[in-house]
Design a protein around this ligand. Sequence first.
Ligand code: NAD
Length: 317
Amino acid sequence: MNFLITGVAGFLGAALARRLVREGHQVRGLDDLSTGDPNRVPPEVLFTRGDVNDRPKLWTLLHDIDCVYHLAARVSVPESVLYPREYNQVNVGGTVTLMEAIRDVGVRRVIFVSSGAVYGHQPTQPLREDMLPNPGSPYAVSKLAAEHYVHTIGRRWGVETVALRVFNAYGPHQPLPPAYPPVVANFLYQAVRGGTLVIHGDGTQTRDFVYVDDVVQALVAAATAPGVAYQTINVGSGVETAVRDLAERIVALTGRRAQIIHNPRGQSGVPRMRADLTKARRLLRYEPRFSLEAGLQATLEQDSRFHMPAPVPQQAL
Ligand code: NAD
């Protein structure tokens, strides 16, 4: 098949590109490199640097494409609180521009990568797709608005659309920006250096951490699965882990003497998040394969940022 991936130089986009290329598909990729790294993109991908709001560029890229994966976005919840206009322009505006270009050129299917963040604070768990979303940040609002645009424009023009609500993805080569780093990569980085793992709040807040290969498995299935048009589907591990528990497991796994501290005034977000996977299992035959331990272990092994020399034994000092 011929695929276009927007946000191909990002964490999830590059992992998806590697998998599609390995399976022998033709892959084009678009990324403005605002946070993406071109070195992540496999050489077999026909890569174009550009903005997802550039409609003429999209027309060219979309020619002869069967399926579009739309991942280009600004992705930080706290940053979106500071810059909501930018999040609206890229995540909502960029999605509408892409859907207009898709309408003009004609593509069979679009897979939009949404987020579990759209659920926000809910009275019950696990989180099911038919719950009323309660977005608690401009990022979450932008993802929810983009879901509606994708499905609505898709329906009107006969383009099959699928929105996948990905929960907290982690794995090798996840970007680690100095401001608002993602929790798993940040904890691993601190732990292997014997640094400090800072937990915002009391650490009882839970998240559904899903390993990148499991996310890619769901993304790949969504391209060809029957009966998924205009559906919104959760992609997580189905397991909730308290952030405090995550920190302790990572320290134990790395075997370093890292410290865990609490920032009581930090933003801890919603108290609980766990994906209900019933719909993903039914429609995508999705089954997460990586336990948290296995995913953390694989991340440590495959990401050189987490490779540290063994600590010097006490008696050698
Ligand atoms: P990422 O930041 O690594 O990737 C996003 C990519 O989009 C980057 O390479 C960036 O350069 C590119 N981009 C940003 N603005 C652009 C623009 N205007 N035009 C073209 N490219 C642009 O983040 P990621 O974790 O790989 O996330 C990919 C997608 O998955 C995003 O849509 C994100 O909202 C969604 N998602 C991620 C997670 C997660 O835990 N990683 C969870 C839920 C949803």
